[in-house]
Design a protein around this ligand. Structure first.
Ligand code: PLP
Length: 394
């Protein structure tokens, strides 16, 4: 028996454990310190009432002989796929067929699982800084990875050029960690590049619900031609607080064909073989997100987080600090003041303002000198943190 030795090539990520260790050590030495955490990438507001009502009702159905359900369709129940289809139509004007939508237990799983249907010979292109899942899942398969640099000059929205070698391209917009989001012209360039090379775009839209600006793109299928070159991954995690409930979806358009084979067919085969679907109550809870009550309730939560983002960006504006994100994203990505390194700034904020954020260097080499703050906290605590940052840096 041989193991998959590619796993030995994975780099250990110490980012969040190092942050936790440093924070705990500071707290132990300064027990009275009132530490505010703005590093968290998880939501904090509970599921909305429309969702919990549907969840409870579905659990009750499962407890009655007449309404009990066993295995569901691997691709997801029709009621949820139709609700997702209608959401795309009403929010983005994007027409999808319900059988192009695959319900998942979250975007992270499918971002990894999709690689099952792609050859290990492909070269993948990932942006730096990057959500680490794109890198690690490809290292596990031994695929060659090329990087494209995000930086202050391109606003952390790198664009393709013909010298780039890529068969598979990862795009996350709005981006984690940078909060930057592509407009139509930017994504048009990526779609043209992919179509020109016969490459596949894996588009991570996990934060699309934070977009309010019409110039920005929520779904890659808003770009003509994307149905021939892109798979889109999305999630109920950030739109509706499902990080602990687990539900998402993946869109594989019918036109997407490589080597004369429909990817939708391959993906369906993969899912029916290796996946038995998401639980009925979770799918009912997810479908409730797209009812009029659900949409209005989740928008209140999104507005709550957006106010936090504004509190943080107002403070940075006051200080004249350069940043991306924060407007159409829960993440604010700032340049560390006075040319400080990411960890140097982390230490300064921790010890002088008792505020914890995430050093940009933890997301890739291009993140050095940058820092991530998030809007998922509490209003009063976020305001307090912003005030402390202004006091410290003004
Ligand atoms: N994609 C990005 C860019 C993320 O930041 C996250 C979670 O933080 C995910 C995907 C995972 O989403 P899910 O909770 O649906 O697995």
């Amino acid at each position: 028996m041989k193991i998959n030795r590619n796993y030995l090539d994975l780099k250990e990520s110490y980012l969040f454990s190092d942050i936790a260790k440093k924070t705990a050590a500071y707290k132990a030495a300064n027990p009275d310190a009132d530490i505010i955490k703005l590093g968290i990438g998880d939501v904090t507001l509970p599921l909305c009432k429309a969702v919990t009502d549907a969840f409870h009702a579905a659990v009750s159905e499962m407890g009655e002989k007449e309404t009990f359900r066993g295995y569901g369709p691997e691709q997801g129940y029709g009621f949820l796929r139709d609700a997702i289809r209608d959401y795309y139509k009403s929010e983005d004007g994007v027409e999808l067929d319900s059988d192009e939508i695959f319900v998942s237990d979250g975007a992270k799983s499918d971002l990894g699982n999709i690689l099952d249907i792609l050859s290990k010979d492909n070269t993948v292109l990932v942006p730096d800084p990057v959500y680490p899942v794109y890198v690690d899942t490809n290292v596990m398969d031994g695929r060659k990875i090329n990087y494209i640099a995000g930086n202050a000059e391109n606003g952390f929205l790198p664009l393709p050029d013909d010298s780039l070698e890529a068969d598979v391209i990862y795009i996350c917009s709005p981006n984690n960690p940078t909060g930057a989001a592509y407009d139509h012209a930017g994504l048009r360039k990526w779609v043209d590049y992919a179509l020109g090379r016969g490459a596949l775009i894996l588009f991570d839209a996990a934060y699309e619900s934070f977009i309010t600006s019409k110039e920005l793109v929520r779904s890659i299928y808003e770009i003509e031609g994307a149905r021939k070159c892109a798979i889109e991954f999305c999630s109920f995690s950030k739109i509706a607080g499902f990080t602990g409930t687990r539900c998402g979806w993946t869109i594989v358009p019918a036109e997407l064909e490589f080597d004369g084979v429909q990817l939708k067919k391959l993906w369906l085969r993969r899912q029916t073989t290796k996946f038995n679907g998401v639980s009925y109550p979770v799918q009912k809870a997810a479908a409730a997100v797209f009812t009029p009550e659900g949409l209005s309730q989740i928008r209140e939560n999104l507005d709550y987080y957006k106010q936090n983002a504004k509190t943080i960006t107002d403070a940075l504006d006051k200080l004249g600090i350069w940043y991306t994100g924060g407007v159409n994203s829960p993440y604010i990505w700032l340049r560390c003041p006075n040319n400080m390194g990411s960890w140097e700034f982390f230490d300064l904020l921790l010890t002088k303002a008792n505020v914890v954020g995430t050093p940009g260097a933890g997301f890739g080499a291009m993140g050095e000198g940058f820092f991530r703050l998030t809007a998922f906290g509490d209003h009063d605590r976020t305001r307090e943190a912003a005030d402390r940052i202004v006091k410290l840096l003004k």
